[in-house]
Design a protein around this ligand. Structure first.
Ligand SMILES: [Zn+2]
Length: 376
């Protein structure tokens, strides 16, 4: 058992360490420590999404209870510090959020930033690491499931999705969740919208990716989970899907030895196979799924250098980004080069280069020259 526990900036809801899942709720609360007052904002701003994810904590609580799983909640607003960011992310402490200037964050000193990290950020992440380590110690790799909510309108445009799954380095769980929600034809289900799941430094990149744990973010549209009835309904629907994934996927029998492997862990959902004609839309979805696996694979295999890909196969990550950009242009959509590359690399290109690109050896340069690659 993971025991219930409360720290100043976090709360753990107890649950079984071998439940097969850990639930995280990074944006659970709109509260601030007393010393910060309202950060200079009108109190009405704390009822908005800029302060927290409306409804997310209640859904996460119901869900944890339904699955007998441990869950972790923040006790302070993301306006104090955003726990779903890396400490080097410029949006860790927002000076401006969705049109609101946050006076208490505007003149932030380095000392104040460090203080908030030490006092309100680290304890949550330490607690998450402890809970996940205790679950892994049972010998069974837990799914890491991060619960959020999104606004129903963004910059005047209504969002069409009831629920969306964000994913980055483990499409296996996301794929199973997407299939689960899409089996209800009344639902509009988003796939990596309105955000891409691969924000470097976010909670999943800290607590799931390094251990090869299957992981996904869920974004409920906030108007659907604003009241108790909606919260219970969505928690139950999600619990049914997750129970199926945990049982069917053999999370119970998956050993840590396999989940810690270098390869990205792809949850193998035993979907019922059908023999039927494949329509054009399904064809596109299958092709897109294969593309996503390719991209996820390349994001994991940071040891593979672009120059070697070019020499051997005549294409590299930048070519993929170009093809993506071209496909968008053919549909009249403006995706710029930087956006396309971020989509493929999972981070800005320059950041990837700094982290993973090695200086080409004379041998690599010569091999590329003699391979006469096609257009780059
Ligand atoms: Zn959120």
């Amino acid at each position: 058992m993971i025991d219930a526990e409360e720290g100043e900036g976090y709360r753990i809801a107890g649950g079984r360490a071998d439940a097969g899942i850990v639930i995280l709720c990074d944006h659970a609360s709109n509260a601030l420590p007393a010393e910060y007052g309202t950060l200079g904002l009108p109190t009405a701003e704390f009822e908005r999404h800029i302060a927290y994810d409306i409804g997310a904590a209640a859904v996460a609580e119901h869900l944890a209870h339904a699955l007998g799983a441990p869950a972790l909640f923040t006790r302070f607003s993301r306006l104090l510090i955003d726990l779903n960011r890396g400490t080097d992310d410029p949006t860790l402490i927002m000076r401006l959020s969705d049109g609101a200037v946050i006076p208490g964050n505007r003149e932030l000193t380095a000392a104040e930033r460090d203080y908030r990290i030490e006092r309100y950020y680290r304890p949550y992440h330490d607690a998450a690491a402890r809970v996940i380590a205790a679950c892994r110690a049972t010998g069974q790799a837990p799914l890491i499931f991060s619960v959020h909510s999104m606004t129903e309108v963004w910059k005047g445009v209504p969002r069409p999705w009831d629920v969306s799954i964000l994913w980055h380095k483990d499409f296996g769980l996301a794929e199973a969740l997407l299939a689960g929600f899409r089996s209800d034809p009344r639902l509009a289900v988003g796939d990596n919208v309105p955000y891409f799941g691969g924000l470097e430094g976010n909670t999943l990149s800290q607590h799931a990716h390094p251990f090869g744990l299957p992981n996904a973010v869920i974004e409920y549209r906030q108007d659907l989970v604003a009241d108790a009835r909606g919260q219970a309904h969505w928690a139950e629907q999600t619990a049914v899907i997750l129970r199926g994934i945990i049982a069917q996927d053999g999370v119970q029998s998956r050993t840590l030895a396999t989940s810690q492997a270098q390869e990205p862990h792809m949850a193998k959902t035993e979907a019922k196979t059908e023999t039927r004609a494949i329509d054009a839309k399904t064809q596109t979805e299958l092709e897109a799924a294969a593309f996503r696996k390719l991209v996820a694979h390349l994001q994991t295999r940071t040891d593979v250098q672009n120059i070697d890909m070019m020499t051997l196969a005549g294409f590299c990550r930048n070519c993929l980004a170009n093809w993506y950009q071209e496909a968008a242009a053919n549909k009249g959509l403006n995706v710029d080069k930087a956006q396309a590359r971020t989509h493929i690399y999972g981070m800005p290109h320059a950041e990837w280069q700094a982290k993973y690109q090695k200086e080409a050896t004379p041998q690599q340069t010569a091999a590329l020259a003699s391979a006469k690659p096609h257009g780059h």
